[in-house]
Design a protein around this ligand. Structure first.
Ligand code: GLN
Length: 273
């Protein structure tokens, strides 16, 4: 099958970036670079795994799960249906953490999923340690695997615990609390694009108002944050005001940063003195 034919099949199935994805698939399954693919348009790619992948992708199964790995910040992560697929927007949090964590900091990554936030931060800040919390044992195991895969397992531990339950951490344990919690309102979750249906609903659904996890972290986990520490939240594009109000209520100042599309995407919370 030629590159053009693969593009066509994907396009017919309504895949938005068909060209880009076709090249990625050929690269992944046949080891040919994008440059090679474009330079030899008549080349025939007939790999059974490639064909299976095309079929799955046409059913809107995410490319990231088909590959079983994906890229985030500078690292490669094992991903599967037990975790949310790491998104470029989330790199904002990692960038801030890398720049601003104090020397030898210890931080928490709440709802760690693939572990991408904690692990990429640890990779680029070899003086720090982290604990990632996740509700599901299989997800916590995946985060540990990703810490191993990226060479930071000695500085990472995973705790399997319900964020909405009891805070398992000590007082003043952390220099920072970082979290990309589920933040989509329950009523909106089912209206999202089809690809998202393959991702764990628990990683998306932020309760009726989309704020359940933020409220819980602010009410029950801030005792584990040192006085000078900071909280980083990834937020929904329309949640800036809600988070600023919540932060204020709990005695925190709130600064907002936008993502590459210009939407508010990250908040930085610091205790008011
Ligand atoms: N922390 C993980 C990520 O940013 C998972 C987030 C989640 O499951 N809501 O990708």
């Amino acid at each position: 099958m030629t590159y053009a034919r693969i593009c066509e099949i994907l396009m017919d199935a309504g895949i938005e970036n068909a060209d880009f994805e076709a090249a990625l698939m050929i690269n992944f399954f046949c080891g040919k670079s994008r440059a090679e693919v474009l330079a030899f348009p008549d080349a025939d790619y007939s790999d059974k795994k490639l064909f299976e992948a095309i079929d799955k992708r046409c059913e809107r199964y995410p490319l990231q799960y088909i590959f079983g790995e994906w890229y985030f910040y500078g690292e490669t992560y094992t991903v599967n249906e037990n975790c949310l697929i790491p998104r470029p927007d989330t790199e904002l949090l990692v960038e801030y953490a890398i720049k601003n964590l104090p020397h030898k900091a210890r931080f928490a990554d709440l709802c760690t999923g693939s572990g991408c936030i904690a692990v990429s931060t640890l990779v680029h800040r070899p003086d720090t340690t982290a604990v990632g919390l996740d509700l599901f044992p299989k997800t916590a195991e995946l985060a540990v695997h990703n810490a191993e895969r990226n060479g930071v397992s000695e500085r990472f531990e995973a705790v399997c615990s319900d964020l909405l339950g009891e805070n398992p951490f000590k007082e003043n344990e952390f220099d920072a609390i970082i979290s990309n919690p589920p933040y989509i309102r329950t009523s909106v979750v089912d209206t999202l694009e089809e690809e998202l249906f393959s991702e764990p609903r628990a990683a998306l659904d932020g309760g009726e108002d989309g704020l359940v996890f933020y409220k819980k972290i602010l009410s029950d986990y801030t005792g584990s944050l040192k006085n000078e520490g900071f909280i980083l939240f990834e937020i929904g594009y329309d949640q800036k005001k809600d988070i600023a109000e919540l932060a204020d209520f709990y005695g925190f100042g709130c600064e907002v940063q936008k993502d590459l599309s210009g939407n508010p995407r990250m908040t930085i919370l610091k205790k008011k003195h």
